[in-house]
Design a protein around this ligand. Structure first.
Ligand code: SF4
Ligand code: SF4
Length: 264
């Protein structure tokens, strides 16, 4: 059995906010596209064909409610209903869902959840969104990221892609204490599936020389299903090239900063 605990699929990096500490490197992208919905759906189908189960399949951005064809992706995920436990949408509370999304979530039933990050005055639509979801019987959860009671105590600053020149022992230490790895959070953008978000964006932005064996390209026709499954099963087993370019995601020791501070 090959089970992914979490898989975050990213159909766009466009966002309504520009957070200084964005862990998806959104401020580093200039005018990122909406990936074509058929392409993203095809990547989703390919991911489900590789694994036996995905506990939580997540649609994230950027701001996911900017993506105009979101309902199409939810319907595509619903085709794999027997293979996942829950669908999660993550939003920053600045927008209401685009057309068709509420109906698509209702069609999915109770095993979905909209997770709303509440950044205070920035997240202008939170209450309205909560009421809209409740009126349709769609589960939601709001996490507060402002004031003195910030979820997780605030954010970690892991924005730099500089080579830290860590020793092998230091790399083993940051990898061994990495929240991304402990939580088994996988991410997919443009068909490339990584065990670490920094590996994904470090490669995509041309900042980290991530070798092909450290991710799985679900679109790669030169590899068999079995080869991709074997690669996927090993992705989070050992330190990644990206760890050399990372301050670590150590939830116990890392300094915390206020969430969602905006860049100009
Ligand atoms: S809301 Fe902020 S943290 Fe979230 S994706 Fe947008 S810029 Fe990044
Ligand atoms: S680069 Fe390494 S230490 Fe940093 S978040 Fe990824 S797996 Fe964790």
């Amino acid at each position: 059995m090959l089970t992914l605990r979490r898989l975050a699929v990213i159909p766009t990096l466009r966002c309504t906010l520009r957070c200084r500490l964005c862990c998806n490197s959104v401020p580093l992208y200039v005018d990122p596209p909406f990936l074509p919905e058929r392409e993203v759906a095809s990547d989703i189908h390919a991911a489900f064909s590789l694994v036996d189960r995905i506990e939580w399949i997540q649609l994230v951005g950027g701001e996911i409610f900017l993506y105009p064809k979101l309902a199409y992706l939810i319907d595509a995920i619903r085709e794999h209903r027997a293979q996942f436990d829950r669908l999660i949408l993550m939003t920053n509370g600045t927008l209401l869902p685009p057309p068709g999304v509420l109906d698509a979530l209702v069609a999915l039933g109770p095993d979905c959840e909209v997770q709303i990050s509440d950044y205070g005055p920035l997240s202008r639509r939170v209450r309205e969104l909560e009421m809209l979801l409740a009126a349709h019987g769609i589960p939601s959860q709001t996490k507060v990221f402002y004031g003195d009671m910030q979820h997780y105590g605030g954010w970690v600053d892991n924005t730099s892609y500089d080579d830290r020149h860590w020793s092998n022992e230091q790399i083993e230490d940051i990898f061994g204490n990495c929240w991304q790895i402990k939580m088994r959070n996988y991410h997919m953008y443009q068909g490339k599936l990584h065990a670490c978000i920094r590996s994904l964006f470090g490669l995509d932005l041309g900042k980290i020389p991530v070798p092909p064996e450290e991710y799985v390209d679900v679109r790669d026709l030169s590899q068999s299903r079995e080869e991709k499954r074997a690669a996927l099963a090993r992705l989070a087993d050992r330190p990644l090239t990206a760890c050399r370019y990372c301050g670590g995601f150590d939830t116990l020791r890392a300094e915390r900063f206020p969430a969602a501070e905006q860049l100009p």
